[in-house]
Design a protein around this ligand. Structure first.
Ligand SMILES: Nc1ncnc2c1ncn2[C@@H]1O[C@H](COP(=O)(O)OP(=O)(O)OP(=O)(O)O)[C@@H](O)[C@H]1O
Length: 299
């Protein structure tokens, strides 16, 4: 996915820019208590049921169903344009930020549909975080303030000491603490690309997501930074369910527990051809098209 308006407008998990400006006050149910800032979340099951998507009259997904299991890493693979990023953005209600976008189906977070009319968008985006292809820290904000940027958006109160503890915890879990602990006041924009991406992961973790969506998170990074992010993902997986879009088959094989292969045959919307545990998908795929794709024969 290329950097688009959605990413520019929604740098922290897709939480709205207007919330950042304070124009949309949070109600008591949405506001978190102070101690919540330091509590860790538990991973959640995420299930898409019969999800279809359109941009205007153009249907790009057709009745996609997929269970992304709690505490596991699911990789979404498939050729360009088959709807992987659209599917990912539907999972935390970012698809609806595109004016012409429409969708059908359900997305269940531990069995509760995030699209139920009474559910708030902010709740879905707080529970289901997003890391984008291009690292998008707030470049002028300090490393420390980048990590805590989401607290204000979610109305989470924290004392200075709690914020300090949270900053260390999230940077440690994102695999960045040792590299930045002596320069927390330096601007986030001064970090390398790989460090910036880990800062964005830390920023996402600070609002205690139960699921983390990652859209080609390493495509702008060198192999060493890629490897560090992959290690970070493996370490995070037991506490945050991860869904990653990747074009890199080696990466899908290295990091994921499960894979879903998307395909949009000529002139038809994207759909899942095959889904299963990663080893089987690569070593003994059931569908010839999966075999051809994972072995680099097309795409
Ligand atoms: N904002 C948009 N407006 C209109 N059409 C869009 C928009 N975003 C995506 N599409 C179309 O939806 C289809 C699916 O795009 P999507 O980005 O989800 O595919 P993808 O599999 O993630 O591709 P890639 O691997 O290249 O990122 C494509 O035909 C694309 O042109």
């Amino acid at each position: 996915m290329a950097l688009d308006d959605t990413q520019v407008l929604a740098p922290v998990n897709g939480l709205h820019a207007e919330l950042m400006a304070g124009s949309a006050p949070l109600d008591a149910a949405t506001r978190l208590d102070r101690s919540a800032a330091l509590r860790r979340s538990s991973p959640a099951d995420l299930e898409a049921k019969d999800v279809s998507a359109w941009f205007g009259a153009h249907q790009v997904l057709d009745r996609v169903s997929l269970r992304m299991q709690s505490g596991q890493i699911t990789a979404l693979i498939g050729p360009s344009g088959c709807g992987k990023s659209t599917f990912l953005r539907i999972l935390n209600r970012m698809h609806e930020l595109v004016p012409s976008a429409a969708l059908a189906g359900e997305v269940l977070l531990d069995g509760e549909d995030i699209y139920e009319p009474q559910r708030k968008v902010i709740e879905a985006r707080r529970s289901i975080g997003m890391v984008f292809q291009k690292p998008n820290p707030f470049p002028a904000l300090s490393i420390r303030d980048n990590v805590t940027a989401g607290l204000k958006l979610t109305g989470t109160k924290a004392s200075s000491a709690e914020k300090e503890a949270l900053v260390e915890d999230c940077l440690t879990r994102a695999g960045l603490w040792r590299e930045v602990q002596d320069r927390l006041d330096a601007p986030g924009g001064g970090l390398s690309g790989g460090q910036q991406q880990r800062l964005c992961i830390a920023r996402s973790l600070a609002v205690r997501p139960r699921v983390l969506l990652m859209d080609e998170p390493c495509s702008a990074l060198d192999p060493t930074s890629t490897r560090v992010i992959e290690e970070t993902m493996r370490e995070l997986a037991p506490e945050v369910t991860i869904v990653i879009v990747t074009h890199n088959m080696q990466q899908a094989r290295r990091v994921s527990d499960e894979c879903a292969f998307f395909l949009a045959a000529q002139g038809t919307p994207g759909a899942i051809v095959e889904h299963g545990d990663t080893e089987s998908m690569f070593d003994s795929p059931q569908d010839q098209r999966t075999s051809d794709y994972v072995n680099g024969r097309f795409g």
